[in-house]
Design a protein around this ligand. Sequence first.
Ligand code: NAD
Length: 511
Amino acid sequence: MSATPAATPLVSEVDQLLQSLGVPRAAYNGGTLAARSPITGEVLAQVPQQSAADATAAIGRAHAAFTAWRNVPAPRRGELVRLLGEELRAAKADLGLLVTIEAGKIPSEGLGEVQEMIDICDFAVGLSRQLYGLTIATERPGHRMMETWHPLGVCGVISAFNFPVAVWSWNAALALVCGDSVVWKPSEKTPLTALATHAIAQRAIARFGADAPEGLLELIVGQRDIGEVLVDDARVPVLSATGSTAMGRAVGPRLAARFARGILELGGNNAAIVAPTADLNLALRGIAFAAMGTAGQRCTTLRRLFVHESIYDQLVPQLAKVYANVQVGDPRTAGTLVGPLIDRMAFDGMQKALEQSRALGATVHGGGRVEGVGGADAYYVRPALVELQKHEGPALHETFAPILYVVRYSSIDEAIAMNNAVGAGLSSSIFTLNVREAELFMSAAGSDCGIANVNIGPSGAEIGGAFGGEKETGGGREAGSDSWKAYMRRATNTINYSTALPLAQGVTFDV
Ligand code: NAD
């Protein structure tokens, strides 16, 4: 059933934004997917969804595009990503605002998300001249051995609502310079920012010219069943899937069954340790951003805090004060630091975790619904600070909302053990001025996460490093460092430039 959204000021504002970003009206009118804003809860647009057959056709176009794109020299492919970065710069204000409206982020975070897209484009442009393989010493005289990196094929991207556009860019910018085409299935909760990003990318393609084949960047809007088409299609050799661990559990085995490569970027349950020597002012600010920023809806959000018993009674009351005073509300209002939850399901999940905490005897500060802001379908909450006697119950699992569990510890080994005692393995941090503790935390015997920070919180990564986590976070790595290798296939080449044919390992075979 399609309907037309009521003509409210926000609906008109979004229509104007989409127009200025170059999205055709047919792409967000008359469809069956209701795009909402968590700021007011209202329906902004009715987006047409693609069918399974449409998704299969999109993969077909992307596959055809790949067979041409792989032959375009990598530095030339980098030129397309350079243009994409330029188009994103030009669209930054509008797209950032759209992220705010559709995902509920405060403006600096909406703009920050677009800046992250620009940053990864810059990174990928440089990378387009650095897809290095090794030359390897061989044991055979008159031979040379080397490795070559080749484009892999269609890269599927499934993304989550909380970074509605940056996650696409982390994958797409690398995939494009690596010679892959991309098919993107964004979150069904954030189709408008995806349509806008797609329009921006099409402008870059148009400027790039005929070397960019049709189908190079495809967008398929729909629910998880459309994502499943990407998961199961043999023409998609690499799939980057960002979302909950439950999604990864469904997707991982299906990819494995057809031997496809998965870049799984799943849930986190991130911790920070505050040690006796910590700079408490700095820790307080680091904790506040990491735990309450984005209304607790980052995969790297700080969810568990281990505070040394010697400073607990100093730090935790100060933290409770910060929690009580932080401005919650419409993210577009000056001074707001905590915007809305994405929807009712997120609110219910948060309340359930708080009830479980109370049943364990925890002291719960905050956590209630903030009334009088947004409409009946908008869910604003005071961030919750939950003092637990033990590291147990809901603290062991990710609840995608602003809840920070606080537990006392007495030895660094105990704190590191608690850091590692959960299924997820995404991000972690320690606040300490003690170099022994800091190094231990980052060592082989320390945090088991993909990200381990010192004197900053676990959230707010830069694109230069490889991003991702271990265990139930899925093991994928995206963005910087050598993450690009996941988007290419490696060939080992041995070349004989002698007249003899010596065999390796001293094997003889004289015919
Ligand atoms: P979600 O799992 O509900 O959905 C994510 C995406 O997966 C959506 O596009 C959805 O349609 C699709 N999907 C769901 N089940 C699928 C299936 N069986 N097959 C194919 N596609 C499927 O997640 P969400 O609520 O949008 O996002 C929040 C979650 O994402 C949190 O757990 C958060 O920690 C995680 N996340 C992780 C990272 C990371 O980099 N590790 C980044 C952002 C978010």
